[in-house]
Design a protein around this ligand. Structure first.
Ligand code: C5P
Length: 305
């Protein structure tokens, strides 16, 4: 029986351009991903009978949130292990143990992160030896964000988010994350985006030049100004109180403030550790804020360790 442990980061979108809904129900995206220092862990222990089981343990403050992570075949980490079994023909199974730190339904790709980690952990525990690029192909079938969570660092995301290409970037950034009391469904936020844009012409999304220039220069102030998210209006329409959370961070001097992906986690850019502490302190008393976390990015993608 062999086992492997994998640490996998959360992601944020520095910009999230969303285009008109496609025939398959997905939206074309133009985004820049950054992997941040907030990690889930997935341990895979092989078993001889081909079964896949999963248990979820939470280190989150909002412990109740973990109740909505399925501990059955619907768990994305289980789907990832099943896909790897199919692809390689391996007859082994695995017990998957997930330690959750990334907020559930928080717009930080926690479920996708666990799927990416499960691919890497099972590939190791089973000795199936698929290359990173083969794993990335499987990842794209599991969810839009999964390939990026294997990749890590900074990257441009196209297609429905699953097409990753390199971006020239320097610098390490200080982030503050304000977690909400209750998650938001990604599908529901995209549906609200469609509802709000009904009858309007939604342009094809592009990554703003100003954001790419800020990353190339490693200029936190310029990056703060260039942060953008086309899902903001839709997420605020479903959760109006998030506006207060964003305002508190801006008043505390954040260089930039946006929702993370489809929300409800809000993210704030700080200039250094002290600034990040000041913003975190201001947010800690906000009514809509269940937890505040200081973090750094970019970090590596899913890795053994
Ligand atoms: O790909 P993933 O499973 O993460 O997407 C979850 C849901 O979010 C999709 O079922 C879809 O409703 C919505 N989505 C979208 N366009 C994208 C990514 C996700 O509409 N580019």
């Amino acid at each position: 029986m062999s086992s492997a442990n994998v640490r996998v980061p959360a992601k944020i979108n520095l910009c999230l351009g969303v285009g008109p809904v496609r025939d398959d129900g997905y939206h074309p995206l133009a985004t820049v991903y950054q992997a941040v220092d907030l990690h889930d862990e997935v341990r895979a222990t092989s078993r001889d009978d081909g079964e896949i089981t999963v248990t979820v343990h939470s280190d989150l403050d909002a412990k109740s949130e973990v109740a909505i992570v399925p501990e059955d075949a619907d768990n994305l980490a289980v789907k990832a292990a099943r896909l790897l079994q199919e692809r390689t023909g391996v007859t082994l199974g695995a017990d998957l143990a997930i330690r959750k730190v990334i907020p559930v339904a928080g717009g930080m790709a926690g479920g996708s992160a666990d799927a990416a980690a499960s691919l890497v952990a099972c590939n190791e525990a089973w000795g199936t030896g698929l290359s990173r690029s083969s794993l990335e192909q499987l990842a794209a079938r599991l969810g839009s964000d999964v390939p990026f969570l294997l990749h890590g660092g900074n990257a441009i995301g196209g297609g429905r988010g699953e097409t990753i290409s390199p971006v020239l970037a320097r610098g390490s950034y200080h982030w503050v994350f304000a977690m909400a009391h209750e998650g938001l469904s990604t599908a529901a936020v995209y549906a609200e985006f469609d509802r709000l844009n009904e009858g309007a012409t939604v342009p094809e999304p592009v990554v703003p030049d100003a954001l790419l220039a800020a990353l190339r220069a490693g200029d936190a102030e310029a990056l703060g100004d260039a942060l953008s998210n086309d899902l903001t209006e839709a997420a605020l329409s479903l959760r109006p109180e998030l506006e207060d959370t964003l305002s508190i961070g801006i008043e505390a001097g954040a260089l930039g403030a946006i929702l993370s992906g489809s929300g409800p986690t809000a993210l704030f850019l700080a200039s250094d550790d002290q600034h990040s502490l000041d913003i975190a302190f201001a947010l800690s008393s906000a009514a809509g804020c269940a937890d505040v976390v200081q973090s750094r990015g970019p970090v590596h993608g899913a890795r053994l360790g």
